[in-house]
Design a protein. Structure first.
Length: 66
């Protein structure tokens, strides 16, 4: 079951904007935990998800079964 927070994150990530921030691979897991614990504001999550590689990695790990 997809919860409202997950739907919001998916929607933000699927908004095809020009990449404004490249996420380094060493930051992936730390950022994932910060996003999941609401430590990252929504506008920054939207910016992070403009990196298609990071969004794919994040969604594969968090939304694969949803």
């Amino acid at each position: 079951m997809t919860i409202k927070k997950d739907r919001t994150i998916i929607t933000v990530g699927e908004n095809k904007q020009k990449m404004t921030r490249k996420v380094d691979t060493y930051e992936y897991e730390n950022l994932e935990q910060c996003i999941k614990s609401d430590q990252v504001p929504a506008n920054e999550v939207a910016e992070l998800f403009t990196d298609p590689d990071y969004y794919k990695w994040y969604s594969d790990r968090n939304f694969k079964d949803k």
